[in-house]
Ligand binder design. Structure first.
Ligand SMILES: C[S@@+](CC[C@H](N)C(=O)[O-])C[C@H]1O[C@@H](n2cnc3c(N)ncnc32)[C@H](O)[C@@H]1O
Length: 219
C-alpha cells in the first residue's frame, strides 16, 4: 500500500521541518561530505530519530558499532540521560580528530568514548566482561552484521533496543539472488530478525533503511 511516494523534494521538506540539526552537527556533516566515502554517513532524519529513541528510552548506556567521523555518535550522545555515556567502535582512527573536535564543541567529549579496534574483538570482550547497554547502533562492516546482531543481543538489557542501518542496501536487498555476499548477509539477517521471537521489531524505510529491534524480557 503506497500512501505518499517519498520524492527527494519531500525528503528535503522533512529534513528542513522535521529535524533540529545543531550548527555543530551540521558542521560535522558538511566536513564529512568533503570525504570520498561520505555516503557512509547517516542522514539528519535518521540522526534526529536516533536522538529521540535515546530520549524516549531514557538511555544511559549506548554502544555504537561504526564511528566513522562521529556524526551518529554525536546525535545519539545528545539524547543520553544526565548520567549517560556512549562507547563508539571503529577499526580506524583516521577521522577521530575531526570527530573529537565536534564532540568537544558540543561539550559531549566526556560522555563519548571511542575504542579503536576490530568491533568483533571489542564485542567479545564486552560479552566476557558482562557489559550491558540500553541501545546498540549497528553501522559497521555489513558482512559481519549477523555476528554484530547476535553479540549485541547478549549485551543488551531486557527492553533495550538494537538499531541497524543500511538494511535496504540502496535497494539491493530486492534482488532474488544478489551477487554480493554482504547483500546476501543483509537479506538473511532481515529474514532472521523478522522471525526472531527474542525481539519485537520494525523495519523503517528512512535513509538506507533502519531496523529497530527491542529485546523481549528473558524469562
Ligand atoms: C558506515 S560507517 C559509520 C558511519 C557512522 N555511524 C555515522 O553515520 O556517522 C562504518 C564504519 O565502520 C568501520 N568499520 C568497518 N569494519 C569494522 C570493524 N570490523 N570493526 C570496527 N569498525 C569497522 C569503518 O571504518 C567505518 O568508519
Amino acid at each position: 500500500m503506497l500512501k505518499t511516494p517519498i520524492t527527494p523534494e519531500l525528503i528535503a521538506y522533512c529534513e528542513s521541518l522535521g529535524t533540529r540539526e545543531s550548527d555543530i552537527l551540521a558542521s560535522l556533516r558538511n566536513e564529512t561530505l568533503k570525504l570520498s566515502n561520505s555516503q557512509m554517513l547517516i542522514t539528519p532524519i535518521q540522526g534526529a530519530f536516533l536522538k529521540l529513541l535515546a530520549q524516549i528510552t531514557n538511555a544511559s548506556k549506548i554502544l555504537e558499532i561504526g564511528m566513522f567521523t562521529g556524526y551518529s555518535a554525536l546525535w545519539l550522545a545528545s539524547g543520553l540521560n544526565e548520567f549517560g555515556s556512549l562507547i563508539t567502535l571503529d577499526i580506524s582512527d583516521k577521522h577521530l580528530e575531526l570527530a573529537n573536535k565536534h564532540w568537544v564543541a558540543a561539550n559531549l567529549q566526556d560522555k563519548i568514548k571511542p575504542i579503536i579496534a576490530p568491533a568483533e574483538e571489542t564485542l567479545k570482550a564486552f560479552i566476557d566482561d558482562n557489559f550491558k547497554f540500553d541501545i546498540i547502533f549497528i553501522d559497521a562492516n555489513k558482512s559481519q552484521y549477523i555476528e554484530y546482531y547476535e553479540s549485541s543481543l547478549k549485551i543488551l538489557n531486557d527492553g533495550g533496543i538494537i538499531i541497524l542501518d543500511n538494511v535496504l542496501m540502496y535497494g539491493q536487498v530486492l534482488a532474488e539472488s544478489p551477487q554480493k555476499n554482504f547483500v546476501k548477509t543483509l537479506k538473511q539477517l532481515n529474514e532472521l530478525i523478522k522471525n526472531d521471537n527474542r525481539v519485537d521489531m520494525v523495519m523503517l524505510p528512512i535513509g538506507d533503511g533502519l531496523t529497530i529491534a527491542r529485546k523481549r524480557d528473558t524469562q
